[in-house]
Design a protein. Structure first.
Length: 291
């Protein structure tokens, strides 16, 4: 269940700004893709964390108040919780539902805040994996590449000089929905694959795999569509700044290269699990404008 289905939520953009200020400084904005608010990564993070908390029954109720663990910490290392109270518009004589929501998102609270004194026990962190091995690249496993499929489905995500729609500033000429379009993918099957694009991707993927085999920190785990995947950097134009992130799905004793993502999407997916500490993924830097 989404947070907006569970409760009345007013001034969501302001709520995100308040949470970003309360939490440890980190990157919550996109660097290249446009967004509907100033904190698109935090928006996605909170939305998915709440869904996970609801599914795992980690929303704790106490009389007239409820809360969930955001997974974020203050600079003083206190946990931050989302706190709900009974909505003023809730009609107890009617069943709770979309037209009669029981809860209202009141505030974000530190673990030491008085608003949380009614709770005997705070809600636990949500969980995304059961096998820690899924979070680390196994250099002994083979990676199955289907480069033609990846290019056909995602050509627009490549640099303009390789037949795509991404300029030298890293911004796409025409943006697309994050979940993609099956119709577009099927239509792309008829497109001719540029030879230069295939050669560039093949070389970049092989180089990235070589790097991952030598340092486990290169492969960054992400959570997408209820699966743990690994992300690898794809350098097509500059050896110091990746253009795309390649996703790897583990299938028993091998990996499948599934797709390539814009870097902003990759960071957002990875942030659900933890703050990425790999430099190539573009995390927060002190003194930058990314907080």
């Amino acid at each position: 269940m989404r947070i907006f289905d569970f409760a009345r939520v007013a001034d969501w953009d302001d709520r995100l700004a308040t949470l970003a200020e309360l939490a440890e400084p980190e990157r919550w904005n996109n660097r290249h893709l446009s967004s509907k608010n100033n904190y698109p990564i935090l928006d996605r993070y909170v939305a998915n964390t709440f869904i996970r908390a609801y599914d795992q029954q980690k929303i704790v109720l106490a009389d007239h108040i409820a809360c969930f663990n955001t997974g974020l910490l203050t600079p003083g290392q206190e946990e931050i919780f989302g706190v709900f109270t009974i909505s003023e518009t809730y009609d107890r004589s009617r069943p709770a539902g979309q037209e009669n929501k029981k809860w209202w998102l009141k505030t974000w609270a530190r673990s030491g805040d008085r608003v949380l004194t009614d709770f005997m026990e705070f809600p636990a962190l949500v969980e995304y994996w059961s096998e820690p091995k899924d979070l680390i690249f196994d250099p002994k496993l083979q990676v199955q590449l289907n480069l033609d499929h990846i290019i056909r489905d995602n050509l627009k995500r490549f640099p303009e000089e390789l037949g795509g729609q991404v300029g030298k500033d890293g911004r796409p000429v025409e943006e697309e929905p994050e979940d993609g379009s099956e119709a577009e993918a099927e239509a792309a099957n008829d497109k001719q694959i540029p030879v230069a694009t295939r050669n560039a991707l093949e070389g970049a993927v092989k180089q990235s795999i070589r790097l991952a085999k030598r340092s486990y920190r290169i492969a960054v785990p992400q959570f997408y569509r209820n699966k743990i995947q690994l992300l690898l950097p794809i350098y097509l134009r500059d050896s110091n700044e990746p253009d795309l992130a390649l996703t790897l799905e583990r299938h028993g004793g091998w990996y499948r290269a599934a797709t390539v993502l814009y870097m902003d999407w990759a960071y957002s997916h990875a942030r659900l699990l933890a703050r990425p500490n790999s430099e190539w993924l573009g995390g927060f830097k002190s003194g930058s404008q990314d907080a």
